[in-house]
Design a protein around this ligand. Structure first.
Ligand SMILES: Cc1ncc(COP(=O)(O)O)c(C=O)c1O
Length: 456
């Protein structure tokens, strides 16, 4: 019998993790610095507790996914009841009541901007869903006989970690490490006004970022709000014009709502809020609020209809674990909570509170350049040291904020660093005040230590 009792103080658990795991993102921290990842063992609402008993406010809903909050018994019960009856159903030949019920509930909720009778294809993550969307776009052009192959996505974007998703993402560094990337992909300018490639401002904007061209465009792939560039907001006329360009080019419009979906931006979907009419919608993360692994693409009916008919038209793409009964039941229960408790509307109301708190407690600091946000998705741009001191500077701020009881909020890439604020949508006004107050105290400590020349 294997020992399944992985318990003990954080130092011991972190020891396992330090020796045994090939960490993503954090591996470099395990070199000469004694870095201890936090071992979490309990959660409730918008808070998580480590194995030593300390509670933290979760600034990022885990990884932008626990939208309905932790410890929702109805979701846990729904998933376990479904799995106790039948834990696996092959999606290649069968379905389950849970998958059927969820498909109906989700497509009904999407009717407004996807049109009636859209169809869903289930996978297990956001990256898999992006790959499915890429393959679907190419398969659609194949059955239509257009010969279009190229997937166009925006510079600076992130769409996931599988090879397809990494190829349509844009990072020079990742290209150097993992290249050559997949063929048949091209980039067009970012739509995020704060990093405008044309040096324009929203009130002096010719929407030049819509210069999109490729000889054989299969799809335009965009995030409704560009998240990995620090919550990039877009000119109000952008999406109406993007839709027209997609139509003129004969390309599908794919919208990645892996982060922005399920209430995050103050509407159930950002497409609704921004009046976007995609052909394919990409979903994951908040789809089950992190209670189970699931991703999905939703395809507009007129597009999906192209695959009906004889065998040569079939969408030849599969996922063994697509739409298992447990995850489908969790997704249904999670959507039920989002709608029943009007959490998208709550997120819309929280926007003003977060904005006001950031303005009062953070923006006067010289180390803060700007902030942007919508709904409960905010980024604060931080002026970190340049060069070799950068990694320590980021690490020090992470630690200083963490010591105030705030977990998960620092997001950094090789070139950028943001404090992201995207907590569970159930946060009360008091929780949000506590969150920004904690971040602010973390900045106080960081600024003091920086002034004294300390490093992490
Ligand atoms: C916008 C966006 N799309 C897709 C993905 C990939 O999702 P997953 O990590 O579930 O594969 C991510 C992940 O963070 C993301 O931020």
């Amino acid at each position: 019998m294997l020992d399944k009792s992985a318990s003990g103080p954080s130092s011991q658990l972190s020891g396992f993790s330090q020796r045994g795991w090939l960490h993503s993102y954090q591996m470099s921290r395990f070199g000469d610095v004694p870095f201890l990842p936090t071992a979490l063992s309990k959660a409730e609402g918008c808070r998580v507790r480590d194995v030593d008993g300390t509670w933290y406010l979760d600034a990022l809903s885990g990884a932008y996914c626990v939208n309905i909050g932790y410890g929702r018994q109805s979701v846990l019960d729904a998933a376990s009841e479904a799995a106790s009856s039948i834990h696996y159903v092959s999606p290649f030949s069968c379905t389950s009541p849970q998958a059927a019920a969820y498909s109906k509930a989700l497509t009904d909720a999407l009717d407004g901007f996807m049109g009636p009778e859209s169809r869903i294809f289930f996978v297990n993550s956001g990256s898999e869903a992006i790959d499915a969307a890429i393959k679907l776009a190419r398969a659609w052009h194949f059955v239509k006989g257009t010969g279009h192959k190229t997937i166009l996505s925006r510079r600076g974007s992130y769409h996931g970690s599988t090879f397809g998703a990494a190829t349509v993402s844009d990072s020079e560094f990742l290209k150097q490490v993992f290249g050559p990337m997949m063929g048949g992909a091209a980039k067009f300018p970012t739509s995020s006004c704060h990093i405008c490639e044309f040096d324009e401002t929203p009130d002096r904007c010719g929407v030049n970022c819509l210069g999109i061209d490729a000889p054989d465009p299969a799809a335009l792939l965009v995030e409704a709000v560009e998240t990995c560039v620090g919550t990039g907001l877009t000119h109000r006329d952008y999406y109406r014009r993007l839709r027209r360009i997609a139509d003129d080019l004969g390309a599908l419009l794919i919208c990645d709502e892996v982060i922005t979906g399920f209430g995050r931006t103050g509407a159930l979907f950002a497409c609704e809020k921004l009046n976007i009419r995609p052909d394919v919608l990409v979903l994951a993360k908040g789809i089950t609020s992190g209670y189970e692994a699931m991703g999905a693409i939703v395809v507009r009916r007129e597009v999906a209809d192209a695959f009906l008919g004889d065998d040569s038209k079939t969408f030849f793409h599969g996922a063994t674990f697509g739409a298992r009964p447990g995850p489908a039941a969790a997704a249904l229960a999670s959507l039920d909570i989002l709608l029943d408790e009007a959490l998208p509307q709550a997120a819309a109301r929280s926007e003003a509170i977060i904005r006001c708190q950031i303005e009062a407690k953070l923006t006067s600091r010289p180390s803060i350049r700007a902030f942007r946000g919508t709904g409960m998705l905010f980024s604060v741009d931080v002026d970190f040291h340049e060069g070799p001191a950068r990694v320590h500077d980021i690490e020090l701020l992470r630690q200083c904020i963490f010591e105030q009881g705030i977990i998960n909020c620092l997001y950094s890439t090789k070139d950028d660093g943001f404090v992201d604020i995207a907590p569970p949508l159930i946060c009360s006004e008091g929780d949000l005040e506590e969150l920004v107050e904690g971040i602010s105290k973390g900045f106080d400590k960081w600024e003091n230590q920086r002034a004294k020349g300390d490093s992490a």
